[in-house]
Design a protein around this ligand. Structure first.
Ligand code: CAA
Length: 263
């Protein structure tokens, strides 16, 4: 994981197998300009390709994860530019194509596109005082990176409708109570540490099995239960062709710790 290519991101490997991407555009609360989105994507892609990394954590600072798309950059956008250049689409498609697990550690504001990026990730951790929201209605627009769909799926139509129509924020504690966040922490540092610990645990397993887990869980979002279960079984059967299945089960039978070959 190299720092060189990035101006607004800090890249580190806090534990073996874990990449930590820290968003570092603090003056604008990590608002996502198109250049910043391109940097975030490029970081995801390079971590995806890095064979030493098994899982990644993305976080901001104590004040903001991301305060949304960059409103100052967006304000003069025209319909023909937005439509013609598929504004936002390439970015969100690229994020959703990442196959390694992404854990997001949300502290401070996760508004608009920030809340949407968190929901594109695989696991959300947050601190109790984090502030989530889809405030686009206040700008005369609507969520544009999946917010109306993903938030509604997770927290239910009535709650999502209320939040999106009023533009009201909700806290990290509420995000946890409603099932949007997997864990809630008292402090921002505990949140980042917790995310790194979970990423390290995931990175300690077979990369092949981890990739398959992410793939099958994500399929549940698109398929009905019957096709989803069939898809899961095909992938499950396929894993008996991996070396790591033999390594994992042999180690269990011999009361040893498995040494994964990621094959
Ligand atoms: N875009 C551009 N700049 C932003 C920004 C954003 N989304 N959010 C914050 N900033 C900038 C502010 O303009 C300000 O810059 P200056 O110092 O140059 O004036 C700086 O960050 C600090 O912000 P505030 O002075 O407003 O700080 P605050 O503590 O009073 O408030 C805040 C913080 C509640 C996050 C407030 O800045 C805010 O409401 N931001 C906008 C949030 C928003 O509407 N996000 C949705 C964007 S639309 C979107 O994301 C579309 C989509 O679905 C993809």
């Amino acid at each position: 994981v190299s720092q060189e290519a990035y101006q607004n991101l800090l890249m580190s490997t806090p534990k073996p197998g874990v990449a930590l991407i820290t968003l570092n555009r603090p003056k604008s609360y990590n608002a996502m300009s198109s250049a910043f989105m391109a940097e975030i994507n490029s970081a995801f892609q390079s971590v995806e390709k890095d064979k030493s990394i098994g899982a990644m954590v993305i976080t901001g600072n104590e004040k903001a994860f991301i305060a949304g798309a960059d409103i100052k950059e967006m304000k003069d956008l025209t319909f023909s530019n937005a439509y013609g250049e598929d504004f936002i689409e390439p970015w969100s498609l690229q994020v959703s194509q990442i196959k390694k697990p992404i854990i997001v550690a949300v502290n401070g504001y996760a508004l608009g596109g920030g809340c949407e990026l968190a929901m594109m990730a695989d696991i959300i951790y947050c601190s109790a005082g984090a502030t989530f929201g889809q405030p686009e209605i206040k700008l005369g627009i609507i969520p544009g990176a999946g917010g109306s769909q993903r938030l509604t799926k997770v927290i239910g139509k009535s709650r999502a409708m209320e939040l999106i129509l009023t533009g009201k924020n909700f806290s990290g504690r509420e995000a946890f109570d409603w099932g949007l966040a997997a864990r809630v922490f008292e402090t921002p540092q505990q949140c980042v540490d917790g995310a790194v610990d979970t990423a390290a645990l995931i990175a300690s397993y077979s990369r092949i099995a981890v990739k398959a887990c992410k793939e099958v869980v994500n399929k549940s979002q698109d398929l009905g239960i019957r096709e989803g279960v069939e898809f899961e079984r095909r992938v499950f059967h396929g894993l008996f062709g991996s070396k790591d299945q033999k390594i994992g089960m042999k180690a269990f039978a011999e009361k040893q710790t498995p040494k994964w070959e990621h094959q």
